[in-house]
Design a protein around this ligand. Structure first.
Ligand code: K7E
Ligand code: CUA
Length: 763
């Protein structure tokens, strides 16, 4: 390699050289390590099952609720390495979520009665499905505290939409999708009056408080929920809990639990027994069985009532039309989970040691025959437990949630009180295996284990308590996700992962190959609307427009400068800055912030983002790129100059610097040397079939872009040199070299990629 500019050379060498020397002095054997670290053969086996070697990828990707953080956590299985946090109901600074205008518009959709709500209690993520199988296109998640539902597009893992439930005050039984993601199900939890602006005393609870289920219509082509085509079903105030959609033979139906059919309203301060006593007094609660397809037809036929501008099918109509039924279910049920074949549903009662398996066929037979054991106080027909039951299996204390295996008839149920996972056969009704987890498991999750095509292999126990599992970090402990191998008859505990972001109630795991996120946006995309951003400009078109007290900047970012480099405004001006990242190279994100204005944007390749603020304080405010993007990242900077009222310049030229002809000659030599390196890299790339690698083609385009910019700067340094203006000659020559360095950096990345991915010589 030829002589090379002093700052960048070490970086480029490091990129090419391996770590061949690393093993030369490590003589420790595997046996030594086992002994030194006090590891058993079993530990070693677990390590081998979870270790993902450097450069290799996980088989599954998990989307976990972030609990009270209002976010989603993304991690890989089996490595349990965290890959991303997605801002959903909560501002997330790295992604600029809530700090730039475009993402703020999404968060603003989640305002309730005009008020910002910048946190969420996320519980249940759901991946979009096609024919009952995960399709990897969209992710939905609910906010229990403030009844909302969010849509995340898995092409870029960004939150695109938040909808607020128009009639509930809280919701827990969401998000659950129907088999073709026609609807996303969201069930209320704590009953309240549906016309939710009104005060109603608790004495009128039975008559005026209501539960319900909302069926949000999903428009897959738009990638958004369509609130106008969504509807709800009014339900008794029974504290509806989790739901699931039917599939296969039970497609068109949905099932929702409830845990307080006693309709108890507490009042410990008035000497009444507390909620937990009143809500578990009876032996059974109710499973709600709903024909949602028919409900949608009734709504379309105009049989719904408008409440808060939203279509609500009232109980009276639902009963009359025969689309709503109840079945008793054992004490304080929590989860209801439909089997992969859609024929059975498992209900777990927290205060019962059994899981109850209901048969959809039997339920339908009872409905057809009009065989009901009673009516509830609202007139809803109740199917007898015996008439609906397929089997009951005694599993242990505190069964909560169930997931399914790829092996037929095999299910896993979490046992909260026993702190165990039970593996059992739901066709024959027998327990197969149990494993202890630490501690107090809530949900559990097998790979695609709530779909029609479970993948088996791994299961994650989402434990509520961690107690002594990790190095202590104060009274608030991390949550603990424990990975369990379920590929054999006996379950094996493999790994503990602390999750320190909130209580992730539920998670969903998908085969990693089903996810196909993009690496760049079409240039000028507003990623939050997926539409062209009006603030887009291309290189050379950057401009600042001032109209009255409004200043609008149309800028760009590319290694390693922000254009413009100075923004001058008057104090009190409203400043809007649109920025487009012109990069096409993978992972070349730039960030943007202005000192003390509480703005931040993450601008991935091709994205256009707007930040907006009032320049309300005179002064000097550096702005810069916040993401380390190249060797000259620190130089990616500029100044916002906020001038006081009536300010007049006293000095009109910037300070001159001293450069000599000698300096200039050295610059020219450096450029020639660098060009030789570029030529050799280009020589290699064009000697192989690089066109067969789309990632490399994008890199080559980026490098060519940089080299094309050189021509202009070259003409400028030569013209300045001719006039013996050594300052201008040197600075423009330096700029030529900057373009070269960036081109070389990209070129070397392309070369490395080609070498590692088996490029072949052409000709
Ligand atoms: Cu924590 Cu699904 Cu909200 Cu059970 S839920 S544990
Ligand atoms: Cu762009 Cu740092």
């Amino acid at each position: 390699m030829k002589k090379w500019g002093m700052r960048v050379l070490p970086l480029l060498i490091a990129a090419g050289a391996g770590l061949a020397a690393a093993t030369a002095w490590s003589a420790e054997s595997l046996q030594d390590v086992l002994k030194r670290r006090n590891l058993s053969q079993q530990d070693l086996l677990a390590a081998a099952k979870t270790y993902v070697p450097t450069g290799k990828r996980d088989e599954f990707v998990v989307f976990s609720s972030g609990g009270q953080s209002g976010q989603v956590i993304v991690y890989g299985v089996p490595s349990m390495r965290i890959l991303k946090y997605i801002g959903v109901f909560t501002p997330e600074p790295w992604q600029g979520y809530g700090f730039d205008e475009n993402s703020k518009a999404v968060l603003d959709q989640g305002k309730i009665d005009g008020k910002d709500i910048t946190w969420g209690d996320t519980h249940h993520p759901a991946i979009s499905e096609t024919e009952g199988k995960y399709d990897g296109q969209f992710l939905f998640i609910n906010d229990k505290a403030n009844p909302r539902l969010a849509v995340i597009d898995l092409r870029d893992f960004e939150t695109k939409q938040i909808v607020v439930n128009p009639i509930f005050k809280s919701e827990h039984g969401g998000a659950f999708v129907t088999p073709n993601t026609e609807y996303i199900i969201e069930a209320a939890q704590y009953a309240s009056p549906l016309e939710n602006k009104k005060f109603v005393p608790l004495e009128e609870f039975n008559e005026k408080y209501r539960g319900g289920i909302t069926y949000w219509k999903f428009d897959r082509k738009e990638g958004r929920i369509n609130p106008a085509q969504s509807f709800s079903l009014e339900l008794p105030p029974y504290s509806q809990d989790l739901s699931d959609a039917g599939k296969g033979p039970s497609d068109g139906w949905s099932f929702t639990n409830s845990f307080c059919s006693e309709r108890y309203v507490g009042g410990i301060e008035k000497g009444r027994p507390p909620y937990e006593a009143g809500c578990s007094a009876k032996d059974t609660d109710y499973l709600h069985v709903i024909n949602w397809k028919k409900a949608a037809e009734l709504v379309a036929a105009g049989k719904a009532k408008k409440i808060n501008g939203h279509n609500v099918l009232m109980m009276e109509t639902a009963i009359k039309e025969g689309i709503l039924f109840l079945i008793p279910e054992p004490k304080s049920p929590h989860g209801v989970d439909v089997t992969p074949d859609g024929k059975l549903l498992t209900v777990a009662g927290k205060l019962d040691t059994h899981v109850s398996v209901y048969s959809f066929e039997k339920i339908q037979a009872a409905i057809k025959a009009g065989k009901f054991e009673s009516k509830d106080p609202y007139g809803i027909p109740v199917i007898g437990l015996k008439d609906a039951l397929h089997t009951q299996v005694e599993l242990g204390l505190g069964p909560l949630h169930t997931q399914y295996d790829s092996k037929p008839c095999v299910a896993y149920t979490s046992l909260y009180v026993d702190s165990q996972v039970a593996k059992w056969n739901y066709c024959e009704g027998k327990v197969l295996d149990k494993i202890s987890v630490h501690y107090n498991i809530g949900h559990l999750m097998a790979m695609e284990g709530d779909s029609m095509d479970p993948k088996g292999r791994y299961l994650v126990a989402l434990n509520k308590l961690a107690i002594d599992r990790f190095v202590p970090v104060g009274p608030l402990h991390p949550q603990n996700h424990q990975l369990i191998d379920i590929s054999n008859d006996k379950m094996q505990l493999l790994y503990d992962m602390p999750l320190p972001l909130g209580e992730p109630h539920y998670a969903v795991g998908i085969d990693a190959t089903k996810l196909k996120p993009g690496v760049r946006y079409k240039v000028g995309t507003d990623s939050r609307t997926d539409k062209p951003h009006p603030g887009l400009v291309r290189a050379g078109e950057e401009k600042t427009v001032k109209k009255g007290n409004k200043v609008e900047v149309f800028g760009t970012l590319i290694r390693s400068h922000i254009t413009p480099e100075t923004i001058e405004v008057d104090v009190g001006d409203e400043v809007t800055i649109h920025l487009t990242n012109l990069e096409r190279a993978q992972d070349e994100t730039h960030g943007f912030t202005v000192s003390t204005y509480n703005k931040h944007a993450s601008i991935e390749p091709g994205k256009t983002v707007t930040v907006k603020f009032k320049a309300d304080k005179e002064g000097v405010y550096p702005y810069y790129c916040t993401e380390f993007c190249s060797a000259l990242h620190l130089e990616m900077q500029g100044y916002l100059l906020v001038k006081p009222k009536g300010w007049k310049p006293t000095k009109t030229a910037l300070a001159a610097q001293s450069y000599t002809e000698d300096d200039y000659k050295k610059q020219v030599k450096k450029i020639a040397d660098t060009q030789a390196v570029i030529d050799s890299v280009v020589g290699y790339i064009t000697s192989v079939n690089y066109k067969d690698f789309p990632d490399v083609v994008a890199l080559v385009e980026d490098a060519t872009d940089q080299l094309n910019k050189m021509k202009d700067a070259k003409a400028k340094h030569e013209a300045a040199a001719a006039k013996k203006d050594w300052e201008q000659a040197n600075l423009w020559a330096e700029q030529v070299w900057q373009y070269q360095v960036k081109a070389a950096d990209i070129g070397l990345r392309a070369k490395t990629y080609l070498e590692q991915n088996g490029a072949k010589k052409v000709k």
